[in-house]
Design a protein around this ligand. Structure first.
Ligand SMILES: Nc1ncnc2c1ncn2[C@@H]1O[C@H](COP(=O)(O)OP(=O)(O)OP(=O)(O)O)[C@@H](O)[C@H]1O
Length: 350
């Protein structure tokens, strides 16, 4: 766990970057820091590994006051990923990843073996390891940045806008990868972003800051979306708060029935009963189908219920085999219930 207790940071030029911050970042969870530009997110993050020291207050990592630890040693024990990957341009990718293990005295062989293992973990080929950073795409460089931060298997990972400079498609892929990794690794992650959708997707808790380094609210995403503490948080979350909340709810318990037969539209299946497309029985026209799994969100289901010519959401199992269809009405009803549930849970938590 990372604990901030009454932390202030005032820079020598008089700027107060962080004001009286008390915040707990749970072990094995992702705490996302959001807020408008200059509200103190990066300063907060950098105080965890002593790249910046607080003016007053206490920060503990795993119960130990960071100010009582050697700054260089502390930094080596905490993974750090930044927006422009921060890779050493004249070292190969493999050597970049091996940096911290080498500093920790692992020996070249062991450090490189670990680096090679991590290349695969973050979805890169062995060939990428031999290249130099400029020979990789921006997204690949960010993967290397994540691998490098994980190299010494630190319990804590600090990530400062790590996916801020890549296009939206790659960004989503990198977020998926991080979620997949985190499932296995359960690191304590502090993640800074400007993007509220990214925060909702990745965060176990989201801390919203306002200018002047003041924490306004820290809560799990569903609670934040259902019950923003004030207008500032509500504005920050945006007008589509309701839809964002649906993105967090899986469609598991939306009822499903058999696919229609004999109507205007029929669902074409392959030999393994995997959906192919909708086919019009009147014109033979074919329209695409986007089948959803139980783990997909109610937001995807809502979208599909609007996009589908029949208003039906096609459901499949993990192998992509048809399990049934859900009606637009059932999806809408479940969506409405998701809101009531989130509001109730939020008021219980309060
Ligand atoms: N070394 C420094 N000296 C003086 N002021 C600083 C220093 N570093 C940051 N600041 C100021 O402290 C405030 C908080 O900065 P910080 O970088 O923590 O904000 P942020 O929320 O991460 O911003 P952004 O989202 O734009 O990256 C800003 O007003 C910034 O100008």
């Amino acid at each position: 766990m990372i604990q901030f207790d009454a932390v202030h940071k005032r820079f020598p030029n008089g700027t107060t970057a962080v004001h009286d911050l008390s915040l707990e970042m749970p072990e094995g969870g992702v705490t996302v820091l959001v807020g408008s530009s200059g509200c103190g997110k990066t300063t907060t993050l950098r105080m965890v590994n002593r790249m910046v020291d607080p003016t007053s207050g206490t920060i503990r990592v795993g119960g130990r006051d960071v100010l009582e630890q050697d700054a260089a040693e502390l930094r080596r024990s905490i993974g750090y990923v930044i927006q422009q990957s921060g890779l050493f341009p004249h070292r190969t990718v493999l050597d970049n990843i091996a940096t911290v293990p080498l500093l920790l005295g692992w020996g070249r062989r062991k450090a490189r073996a670990r680096a090679a293992e991590l290349l695969e973990t973050v979805g890169l080929t062995a060939d990428a390891g031999k290249r130099y950073p400029h020979q990789l795409s921006g997204g690949q460089q960010q993967r290397v940045g994540v691998a490098r931060a994980l190299a010494a298997d630190p319990p804590v990972l600090l990530m400062d806008e790590p996916f801020g400079a890549v296009d939206p498609v790659v960004r989503t892929q990198l977020q998926d990868e991080l979620l997949r990794l985190q499932k296995d690794l359960s690191k304590t992650i502090v993640f800074v972003t400007h993007d509220i959708d990214e925060a909702v997707r990745l965060g176990d808790r989201i801390a919203v800051f306002r200018t002047g380094g003041q924490l306004v609210q820290c809560a799990p995403p569903a609670e934040l979306l259902a019950r923003p503490a004030d207008d500032f948080v509500a504005d920050f979350l945006g007008a589509e708060r309701g839809l964002k909340l649906l993105s967090l709810t899986p469609l598991t318990d939306v009822p499903q029935g058999p696919a229609p037969e004999g109507g205007t539209w029929t669902l074409a299946l392959d030999a393994a009963r995997k959906p192919l497309h909708w086919r019009s029985t009147e014109t033979d026209a074919e329209l695409p189908v986007r089948p959803l799994k139980d783990t997909d969100s109610l937001l995807s289901a809502l979208n599909e219920s609007v996009a589908s010519p029949t208003g039906l959401v096609v459901r499949v199992d993990t192998d992509g085999v048809l399990t049934g269809v859900s009606s637009r009405e059932d999806v809408h009803q479940r969506a409405g219930r998701a809101h009531t549930e989130a509001l109730t849970e939020a008021s219980v938590a309060a």
